[in-house]
Write a protein that binds this ligand. Structure first.
Ligand code: T46
Length: 189
């Protein structure tokens, strides 16, 4: 397993060792001890999620607030995505900045997303099976989000706007400024 840091503190790219032979492929998709040795992070995942998306689906940008905040280890079982993380930690040097990376069944990379990040992805292949571990349970009452095309964060999704498939719920998400400037949103997280 190789771990690479990103411009967002605490967010790491995980490249597992791939064992290919004439049968196919094997790799350890997660190893708690090796991950902790490489990152210094001790994380206890409690929930695994899988979502299936067709090309052009954009899920996000989502996060859970407060005690329900989730760290995630995300990866792609099938297809390819542009995965995006936004730093929502006011005390962070990368507050309001995003990091994007292509995760795919080809590169087999995972991304460790620390708590208090907004997260989303764009499905780039005909079918995407997205799999991720969370260190806190789903809590609908703690869900928050930021609109995918927020002008402050200014994510380059590099995809035709007219071909995006976004849920009605996600199309109504607030902007970054509304989340952090408008106390009606509980002053952010
Ligand atoms: C996230 C979640 C959802 N649900 C239910 C709630 C809805 O009835 C249905 C679909 O949920 P949603 O539209 O929020 O699914 P996504 O848009 O894929 O949400 C995810 O999108 C981005 C990529 C994330 O990082 C989050 O993990 C998560 O918010 O599954 C559950 O029962 N448990 C869960 O943990």
């Amino acid at each position: 397993m190789e771990i690479a840091s990103t411009p967002i503190q605490g967010c790491f790219v995980v490249q597992p060792q791939l064992f290919r032979d004439d049968r196919g492929l094997f790799f350890e998709s997660y190893h708690a001890k090796r991950f902790q040795q490489a990152t210094g992070i001790q994380v206890d995942f409690v929930q695994d999620n899988i979502s299936v998306s067709k090309k052009g689906v954009l899920r996000g940008l989502h996060y859970q607030k407060g005690a329900a905040a989730q760290a995630k280890l995300v990866n792609v079982l099938k297809g390819e995505v542009l995965d995006v993380v936004v730093d929502l930690r006011k005390d962070s040097a990368s507050f309001g900045r995003y990091f994007g990376i292509r995760l795919s069944e080809t590169n087999r990379k995972s991304l460790f997303v620390p708590k208090d990040m907004a997260h989303g992805f764009l499905a780039l292949s005909e079918e995407v099976i997205f799999s991720y571990k969370c260190d806190a349970f789903y809590d609908a009452t703690s869900e928050g989000g930021i609109i995918y095309n927020d002008p402050t964060i200014n994510i380059d999704w590099d995809y035709p706007e007219e071909d995006l498939i976004i849920s009605e719920k996600d199309l109504k998400l607030p902007t970054f400024k509304e989340v952090f400037d408008d106390i009606s949103f509980g002053n952010g997280l």
